[in-house]
Ligand binder design. Sequence first.
Ligand SMILES: *[C@@H]1O[C@H](CO)[C@@H](O)[C@H](O)[C@H]1NC(C)=O
Ligand SMILES: *[C@@H]1O[C@H](CO)[C@@H](O)[C@H](O)[C@H]1NC(C)=O
Ligand SMILES: *[C@@H]1O[C@H](CO)[C@@H](O)[C@H](O)[C@H]1NC(C)=O
Ligand SMILES: *[C@@H]1O[C@H](CO)[C@@H](O)[C@H](O)[C@H]1NC(C)=O
Ligand SMILES: *[C@@H]1O[C@H](CO)[C@@H](O)[C@H](O)[C@H]1NC(C)=O
Length: 314
Amino acid sequence: MKVLLTSFKFKYIFTCIFITFIISCLISIAPISIEECKCNNIDKIDLHEQNVNRVASKHHKHHLAILVPFRDRFEELLMFAPHMKKFLDKQDIDYHIFILNQIDRYRFNRASLINVGFLEIKQDFDYIAMHDIDLLPMNDELQYFYPENGPLHISSPELHPRYHYPTFIGGILLINRKHFLQVNGMSNKYWGWGLEDDEFYVRLKEAGLNITRPPNLLTGIQGTFKHNHNRNHRKRDMVKCFNQREVTRKRDRQTGLHNVSYKIENSINATIASTPMTILNISLMCDEFITPWCQCDTNNVTKDKKTNDKKIKR
Ligand SMILES: *[C@@H]1O[C@H](CO)[C@@H](O)[C@H](O)[C@H]1NC(C)=O
Ligand SMILES: *[C@@H]1O[C@H](CO)[C@@H](O)[C@H](O)[C@H]1NC(C)=O
Ligand SMILES: *[C@@H]1O[C@H](CO)[C@@H](O)[C@H](O)[C@H]1NC(C)=O
Ligand SMILES: *[C@@H]1O[C@H](CO)[C@@H](O)[C@H](O)[C@H]1NC(C)=O
Ligand SMILES: *[C@@H]1O[C@H](CO)[C@@H](O)[C@H](O)[C@H]1NC(C)=O
């Protein structure tokens, strides 16, 4: 009886253990296979999302600062701001507009303003567009992408409404941070209108940088840009005084990004015609020993000779 009982107990216990084993096996196998399946799916979704993000952020890894030299051109700004927003929002570009407002008493100095703008933004942006406020791009094939291999001259001589000489690089020029630093920015000697872009051309050439331009566009000189400039209303400051004429026709090896002298008086983030931008009020300083022509007194004005002002001697 005792033996029988023991064997019954044993059988009972054995069966219990066996059933428990089977059940626990089933339980333990099932979740693993579900888990694996989930894991795989998550992996796949993750990879897929990363790829999508990579494609979408192709141009977003670069930040464009649009640097606009400025003085007393509010009506032009009212046209420029909404136009650029509409134009660039189509291009999937990460950009911000900076209005470089010269508020000192000296003559307008476009190149120094660009140097100042660059110094103020270089931590956060890796390429700039030097941009005339009165030149509005009209053709969507003009793309403001990161100029990896050298400056990109958007307003090429074949497309600009007014300037057609082959070495012209004014109007709108894109350049990356590395290259702008490499050539020490622009010369600070150009007070008054003109030639600073021609001097910059010589800097780029000497540095061996290749300037690219938009490939053949069908819109030509008439239809690629809108030139929003009224020459009678806005007289250009073309006066030359002291030895400005001689000095500004030579490559400047003395001044540049490293020693532009200025003060930011104040800055505000503004929205003009629903376009966000930053306005920098800039006071430039002038070393009157190096460039006395930053103020032209009528007594010091030199007679205008007909010269080929496009040529900068190296
Ligand atoms: C400029 O272009 C030439 C010819 O295509 C090339 O050999 C040279 O490496 C380029 N320079 C730079 C700085 O990319
Ligand atoms: C800029 O630096 C040069 C020397 O590299 C010097 O001769 C010149 O006076 C400096 N100009 C200014 C405005 O500081
Ligand atoms: C303008 O906005 C930028 C970015 O949001 C900020 O860093 C900067 O301090 C602002 N400047 C002013 C004057 O409010
Ligand atoms: C500077 O900029 C602001 C707007 O950004 C403007 O109201 C102010 O009059 C400007 N001029 C001076 C000298 O601060
Ligand atoms: C420039 O004109 C001022 C008077 O306005 C005169 O004092 C100065 O000597 C002149 N400088 C030169 C170099 O002619």
